[in-house]
Design a protein around this ligand. Structure first.
Ligand SMILES: Nc1ncnc2c1ncn2[C@@H]1O[C@H](COP(=O)(O)OP(=O)(O)OP(=O)(O)O)[C@@H](O)[C@H]1O
Ligand SMILES: [Mg+2]
Length: 277
């Protein structure tokens, strides 16, 4: 257990302490506290944005660095609640820790532990960055471990539904932390559910789930397989291009039978891959 789940304010500085009973262990921030954390140096440090909103670096009065996601008002309904509910229930060393949230005057924020090395795509796909082979293997092992933890959770199988490079964050020590539970669903063990809303990221989505809308934990395993192929090759999956996903998986099948040594011991591809496709 590596997450700090104490309220993030030192005792003397506490302005508004409310830990909700519904979401145990989560600190309920006021909007004022959020604004102060984001503007701590009179300027905002923008970390990135996704479909749910923008993410900024923040500093709490205790000095702790955090990442604060401001959820778009137009974001998919329910993703905020799902994220808060799922992440308040589960704790694992390879899950990004949710410290708290703010839901005030129509604005919603999520406050997470800060992952200093950004997401895995930034580390893997940048031409000037080299992830050593040992680190790639450790990242894969840790991701497999957290998926197993989610899929065998005592309350039911938690299907993440959006396993991809940008949802795997890296700490200062390059420890991977799975993030983004906005799409997660909980299933009974061994259950398959048919959902009318097929969601996820094209390129990582299990073809069976796309075709039949049938969701099982195997969908996460498929996406994890795509991540594994990316870690081996350093290649992008071109989003919105299903053919590219197929060519990446097909290429690997072909390679596996003809060239077992496609990755050298230093973690680089034996053939010079570029990241343009
Ligand atoms: N806890 C965090 N620590 C550091 N950086 C973070 C953290 N959470 C998010 N980020 C950065 O902000 C970016 C945007 O995150 P977000 O989850 O909103 O979108 P995404 O995962 O990139 O895309 P999508 O909306 O498709 O899931 C991430 O890619 C990451 O680089
Ligand atoms: Mg994300």
């Amino acid at each position: 257990m590596v997450c700090l789940i104490d309220p993030p304010y030192p005792k003397g500085n506490r302005v508004h302490v409310e830990v909700t009973s519904r979401w145990s262990g989560l600190y309920k921030f006021t909007k004022e506290e959020i604004e102060r954390a984001i503007n701590y140096a009179n300027s905002r440090i923008y970390l990135g944005s996704g479909s749910a909103g923008q993410v900024y670096q923040g500093v709490l009065p205790s000095g702790q660095l955090v990442a604060i996601k401001h959820i778009h008002k137009t974001a998919m309904s329910g993703s905020f609640m799902r994220e808060v509910e799922q992440l308040s229930k589960v704790r694992h060393p390879n899950l990004v820790c949710l410290f708290g949230y703010c839901d005030q005057e129509g604005d919603q924020y999520l406050v997470y532990e800060y992952c200093a090395n950004g997401n895995l795509a930034q580390n893997l796909l940048r031409s000037d960055s080299v992830l050593p082979w040992e680190t790639r293997v450790k990242i894969l092992r840790d991701c497999a471990s957290v998926l197993r933890f989610l899929h065998t959770h005592p309350d039911g199988c938690i299907v993440h539904r959006d396993i991809k490079l940008t949802n795997i964050l890296l700490t200062e020590d390059k420890v991977p932390k799975l993030s983004d539970f906005g799409l997660a669903k909980m299933l009974e063990m061994e259950e398959t559910k048919v959902f009318t809303d097929v969601r996820g990221t094209i390129g990582y989505m299990d073809p069976e789930y796309i075709t039949h809308s049938k969701l099982t934990c195997a969908s996460d395993i498929y996406s994890f397989g795509v991540v594994a192929l990316q870690l081996l090759s350093g290649r992008k999956v071109i989003e919105l291009d299903i053919v590219a996903r197929d060519s990446l998986t097909k290429k690997f099948k072909h390679r596996a039978s003809y060239n077992k040594g496609c990755v050298r011991g230093d973690g680089q591809s034996s053939e010079k891959y570029n990241n343009k496709d």
